[in-house]
Each structure stands twice: as structure tokens, then as C-alpha cells.
Design a protein around this ligand. Sequence first.
Ligand SMILES: NC(=O)c1ccc[n+]([C@@H]2O[C@H](COP(=O)([O-])OP(=O)(O)OC[C@H]3O[C@@H](n4cnc5c(N)ncnc54)[C@H](OP(=O)(O)O)[C@@H]3O)[C@@H](O)[C@H]2O)c1
Length: 252
Amino acid sequence: MKLTGKTALVTGGNSGIGLGIAHKLNDEGAKGVIVGRDQQTLESASQELSGNFAPISCDVTDIEALESLFNSTNKQVGKLDILVVNAGGAVGAGSIQPFDQFDEQSFDAMTALNFKSVFYTVQKALPYLNDNASIILIASIAVHKGFPGMSVYASCKAAVRSLARTLSVELMSRGIRVNVVSPGTIDTPVFEKLGLPEEAIEQVKKQFTDLIPIKRIGLPSDIGNVVAFLASPESSFIIGEEIIADGGVVNL
Ligand SMILES: NC(=O)c1ccc[n+]([C@@H]2O[C@H](COP(=O)([O-])OP(=O)(O)OC[C@H]3O[C@@H](n4cnc5c(N)ncnc54)[C@H](OP(=O)(O)O)[C@@H]3O)[C@@H](O)[C@H]2O)c1
């Protein structure tokens, strides 16, 4: 129970990797808030977490909504020790397109979700973070490898990785550490959101798994374990760093 007494907020904590992270933080004794847009999954996730994480609905691409999110979080659970900025992805129409066809509307939507929201989630959280807090940003192995159609997503995640360095320097006087976790392929509802038939989803997962040196797909708990470590004092000498959790895709 290395996080007993700690208060955490996880964006996208109602699904997939974010829910896996919230489970691990909960197992380690933290309490707090999960954030998403879908009320139904927010409620069910909060119940799964024994009510230790209150569900708050917020569109993280809306900067004013972020301000009221942290305001009401503060009223409900007080100042935060752990901020996990996880909401994101490349699932909406137009998210994945060849570079030469990438339209401006899709570009703006992707950058709003995968970079701008990360930037402003941290900025708006700052007044409500305790000194010595731990901020963990979820990027992707797309920071390190080229995948066709992912030019905007990968650029956003690379920007997120970079942001951790600047923020680490700027927030050091408060003892706040900023680190990044870059997952490889993780089995989450993101695959169902691609709008493919069930068989095709399994096929896509298999194709990705075949590319993973340790020959298994990642689980949300694999990322939860890394985040809990970065949230805890066990990682107190680690700052501005990125941990890749991908079964060996990038390095082997
Ligand atoms: N799965 C993978 O293989 C993989 C690999 C590398 C990196 N990642 C990254 O890991 C993170 C989580 O992905 P996942 O696979 O767990 O996907 P997921 O199951 O689709 O979860 C995405 C989460 O983000 C939330 N979200 C999306 N847009 C939002 C918005 N505008 N405002 C508030 N919340 C929003 C969703 O909540 P609502 O639906 O309620 O809005 C949901 O909780 C993403 O940043 C993704 O890029 C995933």
C-alpha cells in the first residue's frame, strides 16, 4: 500500500488504460477522482473502484471545463498528490489518415485531444496540486516508431514527451516531478471503438501482438503498475523521464 493517504486524479479513468491505472492506485491505497465524458462508464468504473474514486464528467479539450473540473475536484477531495493525464487516442473519424490527405478539421480535433488538452490539464491543475506531487503523462511508442497514418497522433505524443522535460524544470522548485509512460499495444476498448466487426477486431489485435517480441498484448494493469511506481516515493530520483512499457517493440 505505497500510496495510502494520497489523492489522485486520472483523466480517461473510466476506460481502458486509465481505468487500469485507477485500479492500481486504488489497490495501493490512493483515493480521488476519475474523469471522462461518458456518464455511464464513469459511474460503473467508480463502483468498480469501491467508490474511492468519484466520477466527474469533463471534456478535457474544453479549457473552461478544465478550470471548473479542478475547482470541483478541490471541493470534493482537496489538493492532489497524483495527476495522471491519460485521456486521448486516435479513434474518431479522420484520426488516422495518410499524411498527404490529412484535413485541417481532423488535424485540429486530434491536436486538441492529444496535445492541447494535456498542456491545459496540467496548467489548470497546478493551483490544486500539493508540493511534491507526481504528474504522469501517457504518451505512446508512436513517439519512437513510424506507423502509417499516425502523423498527427505521433507528433502530439512526441510533444507530450517533450513537455515533461520543460515542466520538470519549471516545477522543480515545488518538488513536483513530471514523467511519461509510453505504452505499446494495450488491450483496451479502443479496438471496439474502431467500428470494425468482432472478427476483424481480433484480427487487428493478433497482427499487433505478432509484432510484440514477448508475444502477448499489454494489459491496462501493465501500465497501472508503472504509473503507481512513478506516483510513489520509490521513484523520487526519476524526473523528466519516459518509461516505455511495450513488450520490447521499440528496443528489441
Ligand atoms: N491502447 C493502446 O494500445 C494505447 C497505446 C499507446 C498509447 N495509448 C494511449 O493511452 C491513453 C488511453 O487509451 P485507451 O487505449 O485506454 O483508450 P480508451 O479505452 O478509448 O480510453 C480513452 C479514454 O479517454 C477519455 N477521453 C477521450 N476523449 C476525451 C475528452 N475529450 N474528454 C475527456 N475524456 C476523454 C475516454 O472517456 P470518454 O469516452 O468518457 O470520453 C476514455 O476514458 C490514450 O492517451 C492513448 O493515446 C493507448
